[in-house]
Structures are given as structure tokens and as C-alpha cells.
Design a protein around this ligand. Sequence first.
Ligand code: OAD
Length: 242
Amino acid sequence: MNIFILTGSGVSADSGLRTFRDEENGIWMGECIKDVACSDSFETNPELFNKFYNGLREAVDEHAPNPAHYAIADYINKTKNNVMLVTQNVDNYHEIASGGKHKVRKMHGSLYKMVCVKCGNCYEVGSGYCHQMTSACEDCGEVGSIRTNIVCFGENVHYQEEINKFLYKDECGNRLDYFIAIGTSGVVYPAAGFVKRAHFNSTKVYINLDMKDASHIYKHKITGRAAETVPVFFEKLFNEHG
Ligand code: OAD
């Protein structure tokens, strides 16, 4: 079977990270998207941009993956099925949970990758990293041109082509069997449109804290906290389909 898993910030909420649109504590309730998450935000106010992503990285470092991340990693480890795991999240919890063994397609980039906007030089950073705007690019020597390599609104997401292919049929022509979305409001494109591109015969499952957002598109719905629902779901999937 071919299984596509899409996760959003709700999968990391039980780790203690904030989601984006939670009415009480969502990141976008206190921060303006255009100031820190648009394609011109870095150019307009690099210090604010840098401070914002340093803050997100610090929060990720202070917390840890939860049972939902471990259940997904455990399932991918033991199943014979062909799984593509795509996350909109810029934290590194899927990677930590899998011990770095699985390919996680981070379509919105990563807090642990930096890029020089002048020469395109990309490099990885570890936990505890705090970016200083005064650092010079090791490649081109420019000072103040390095930013966290996350995808801003107006920029292309990563892995789009691979994802599009897998949503319908894999490279051998086998069709998608399961589309599973976990902890995402389904309002940000292109991820919000994946479910509509998924093969029409695939089983579409939505696992989320509540059903107020994207649930109408899915036939199978599981309501509750990811840390509780996701382990139960993947155990059942494994028992039924290996
Ligand atoms: P949202 O904040 O839009 O949605 C998070 C979803 O998770 C909501 O539907 C919540 O109900 C649900 N949720 C909250 N706590 C949960 C829990 N404990 N268990 C299960 N579900 C829970 O976040 P995303 O859908 O991830 O992109 O947002 C998508 C993109 O919008 C992000 O990647 C980011 C943001 O702007 C960029 O910045 C480009």
C-alpha cells in the first residue's frame, strides 16, 4: 500500500509548542504574518525576522517529541507499506522520533537550516543555535545576509513535485491507498489542497483536536489530542494492513 501522512503544528502541540491559529495562544494571534513570514519580511526587518525564528528554535529546543511523533516513526519502521511523511512543521520532532532514520519531507523548511540570501549557501545548525545578525556568510563573506531557511508566504514549498506524484500514484504506478492528515487546520495552500489531489479511491483520514476546520473533506474523522489518538490509529492500521 501507498500511504501519505501530512502533519501540521497540532501534532507538536502536545509537546508544548504553540500552533499558528489557536484562538488563545496561536503564534499568528500575537505576531503579524507580514512582519515575519512573508517573502519580503527578512528584507524589511531582518532583526525582527531573526529574533522571531531564534525564539521558535529556542521553544523547540526546550521541548521534545510526544507519543504522536513516536507512533508515526514506529509505524514507518515496522510497516512494509510505502509511506511518504510530509510535514508543514519547521521543528525537528519527526526526525528526533525516528532517530534520523526516516526521510521527512519538510515542505516549509526547517529551523535548523540557514541560508544566505545573497549567494544561496545553505548549512545546518544544531540544537541551542542562536543566530547573530552580525555573522558573515562563510561562502560569500556578506554580513547580515543569513536567515533561517523556512518557507515564507510567497515562496515555493519544498518537494512539491515529489508530493504531487505520490498523491496519485507512486513511481511504479501503484495508486495511493491512504491519505492521513494530522493536526492541521487545512487553510494554508498548497498543503490544504493535497487531499483534493489524492487519488479518488484512497481512504482519507483527518485526525485533529476538533472538527471545525477541514473536516468536511474527509470521510474518516478522529477527534482528540494527537498524543492520544495517533498511537491508537497507527496501531490499528498496522494490525489491519501491516
Ligand atoms: P494551524 O494553527 O493552522 O492548525 C493547527 C490545527 O491543529 C488546528 O486545526 C487545531 O485544532 C489542531 N490542534 C491543536 N492542538 C492539537 C492537538 N493537541 N492534537 C491534534 N490537533 C491539534 O497550524 P497548521 O495547519 O500547521 O506555515 O498551519 C499551516 C501553516 O500555517 C504552517 O506550516 C505555517 C503557518 O502559517 C508557514 O508559516 C508558511
